[in-house]
Design a protein around this ligand. Sequence first.
Ligand code: SF4
Length: 367
Amino acid sequence: MLELTHDKLRSAMESFGQPAWRADQFADWVYRKGVVDPAGMSNLPDDAAGRFTILDSRVACRADSSDGTIKLLLELCDGQCVECVLIPTGSRATACLSTQVGCAMGCTFCASGLGGLVRNLSAGEILQQMLHLRQASAMRITNVVFMGMGEPLANYDATIKAIRSLTDPQRFGISARNIVVSTVGIPAAIRRLADEMIPITLAVSLHAPNDAIRGQIIPAAAKWPIAAVLDAARHFYRSRGRELTLEYVLLGGVNDSPLCADGLARIAGQLRCNVNLIMYNPVEPLGYCRPGRAAADTFASRLRKHKVIVTVRRSRGLDRQGACGQLRLRQAGQSQGADASQPEKINRAAKRGSKRPLQCRPTQTPN
Ligand code: SF4
């Protein structure tokens, strides 16, 4: 049902022998009221909504953080799991959605990349995360970030289809300006996204000031030099007129030196952009450290001296496996010994990850 445009939903309703306007009522229940059980759709006959599949996933695990963040682990129809998160900030509620099961980018600091890519999500599976999050909280979802598991631009068609549903006033009705697509930077896909004419915000996960460090922490990005990513990002800015965000996760002793700050400032100076510094949420088996607050502030100050607009993003949900992929990793640990091959693959990768030689100084006390 979630993959259908409103016109197609009306046609489908008619094909089931119902008047097309029943689709308006149905959509109102699902998209506006967040009701997914046909039995609760009081103004619809049983054989109207009941003919459609709305959800074929279920919440396998829920983690609530003391800061209000809600993280869900969803089990999909084939038993694979993905995470989604609801992050309340004042009157805003941001949904962080996954686009793939696993991820092929293999970022060495990220739990989601452990075990590699399993499969793409369909647009419907991406959108089901919205409904599960809606049911998990009384808050209306106002913002969406594609920053969960997977590289959204590597699952391009489903991501665009999901965005079109999110921004459709007859479906989720979220302003495109409140949607952020975060990518490691696939130049051809960024150019294609620019040509879609949707005024979303593009966030490029740079994470390094040069190709050498970037190749170390985002191995898949080695084939896309920073210069090519910046060219594509400039094209996005020129065609959409939307400022970019550069995401930079601070990894203690790896990319947080003054030299790195100067390099990042040089890159940011070439773009109309702001920089989000992200305090790393440690993933135990991967061995990276989270810099302390003072180190992050020093890094940010150095950028500001170069006139870069910087935000230091505080971590949300740190007390409950806050980093992307951690809930799935924990679930995989609990499943070990059962006959699921994917959890075993994730755990093997986690163990390999723990042996990676990292330039990492001793962990400082997180703030
Ligand atoms: S950080 Fe993002 S792109 Fe990198 S492995 Fe994790 S999910 Fe994939």
